[in-house]
Design a protein around this ligand. Structure first.
Ligand code: BYC
Length: 388
């Protein structure tokens, strides 16, 4: 896909900056502050005042949110814009110290936050099977995998923090349903075979996407991807190993593996997002080199690598229209159920409510740990001050 830089036009300040502040906050899922009033752009104005008290905390958070500083500086940066354009054109990395258009910053925050949330919410379906893993070895591997996902979330929240937004703020947006996480984690894990299928298909899809994201233009995101990809490849292999064991086992084990394949195949294809023609962000994100391949191209890459693996396992792909196109040497699938996809993305999947309420509960239950850690950190600072 070829696209020119969206913010390149000179002499048109507003256009060059890409989006209005209201739009930036909408992308971030944030709150709009007008004078001393606080309101959510998605809600009618009359609700604004009522929200003031309820949202006091997020008011403070949004004030601290760095996009404001970019917005304040919106008129001063022809030189910054030129440097930014040069970095993108030269395929170099944009670093936190660099000036960047507010639309770029907001898009990177949105994507990285969504990615971090996915890693963290993604722990839930697998944690469900830690107590029921069939052997001690499988249990310890699964624990290590789930722990890795927490680590991935932390790298990604840390990378996002370099853009002036804290993990706490992002989690708050997630808890209030203002930011998303991957649709795939709203499906239930009904059997042990699902641990294999998640590793093989879900981590497999994530790797296809993330290998390409190593080349993303935002430096901290790109570097986080390198370590994450290494760990994800272990995850995919452990999933494949579970399925190898099941598909070479008893008839009941084979049936369990096939049932799992039947349930996860289509949701795994949905992980890559809507068709390019329906994708809101792809064109701009590709021009800014945040995304390096489009949703459909990544999905196709995943399909082409996965179909032969399914055949090797002796699993049937639940798609009567699947066929090999010998001209392009690619596997062609039937159409994804986009109604299902959008229902899940909009919060109506099988487990959306459970996933978020579990996450919020865990956050609330952890309040005493955070309080203890802060008190300890304050004490350390006090002691350092005294000894200085
Ligand atoms: N689910 O314009 P588009 C893991 C939204 S975790 C939910 O194409 P974009 C693992 C999209 O946000 C790895 N929402 O978007 C962890 C947008 O809505 P907004 C997870 C989706 O961003 C634990 C709208 O639809 N990987 O491996 O250009 C255990 C239009 O879409 C989805 C990542 O997060 C979806 N599937 O492209 C095991 C990868 N798809 O924001 C494993 C990083 C689309 O305008 N993210 N939407 O309201 C990306 O690469 C990109 O964000 C996407 C979407 C390709 C996913």
């Amino acid at each position: 896909m070829s696209a020119s830089l969206p913010s390149r036009k000179r002499g048109q300040k507003r256009e060059r900056q890409g989006r209005s502040l209201r739009e930036v906050l909408r992308i971030l899922g944030g709150t709009w502050i007008r004078g001393n009033r606080l309101e959510n752009p998605a809600e009618p104005r009359s609700e604004g005042k009522k929200k003031l008290l309820a949202n006091e905390r997020s008011f403070v958070m949004m004030i601290e949110f760095d996009p404001w500083s970019t917005v304040k500086n919106r008129d001063i940066d022809d030189e910054g814009q030129q440097k930014f354009d040069d970095i993108i054109a030269a395929d170099e990395k944009v670093e936190p110290r660099d000036w960047m258009p507010e639309g770029y910053r907001a898009t990177v925050i949105r994507q990285m936050a969504q990615h971090a949330h996915s890693e963290v919410i993604g722990m839930q379906p697998e944690a469900n099977w830690i107590l029921r893993a069939p052997t001690l070895l499988r249990k310890s591997i699964l624990i290590a995998k789930v722990q890795d996902e927490a680590g991935h979330g932390l790298y990604l929240y840390s990378a996002t923090e370099t853009l002036g937004v804290s993990r706490h703020e992002l989690e708050d947006l997630l808890h209030r349903g203002r930011q998303k996480y991957s649709s795939i984690f709203n499906y239930p894990t009904l059997s042990w075979a699902d641990m294999g299928t998640i590793g093989w298909l879900v981590d497999g899809a994530a790797i296809v996407n993330q290998i390409v994201l190593q080349g993303t233009s935002y430096g901290p995101y790109s570097r986080a991807m390198v370590k994450i990809c290494k760990e994800e490849s272990f995850h995919a292999r452990q999933g494949f190993s579970i399925l190898m064991a099941l598909t070479s086992g008893s008839d009941a084990q084979k049936a369990m593996a096939q049932d799992s394949m039947d349930r996860w195949w289509w949701p795994a294809l949905m992980m890559f997002g809507p068709h390019d023609s329906e994708s809101t962000h792809t064109e701009e994100s590709m021009a800014w080199k945040i995304k390096r391949m489009s949703n459909d191209d990544l999905r196709q890459k995943f399909i082409d690598q996965t179909v032969p693996q399914a055949h090797y396992l002796g699993l049937k792909i639940p798609d009567p229209e699947l066929r090999f196109d010998s001209e392009t040497e690619q596997w062609r699938t039937g159409e994804i159920d986009w109604d299902e996809f959008w229902a899940v993305v909009k919060g109506d999947g099988p487990l959306n409510r459970e996933r978020i309420s579990h996450k919020v509960r865990a956050w609330e239950d952890g309040a005493w740990v955070r309080a203890g850690a802060s008190a300890y950190a304050d004490k350390q600072v006090e002691m350092l001050d005294k000894s200085a």
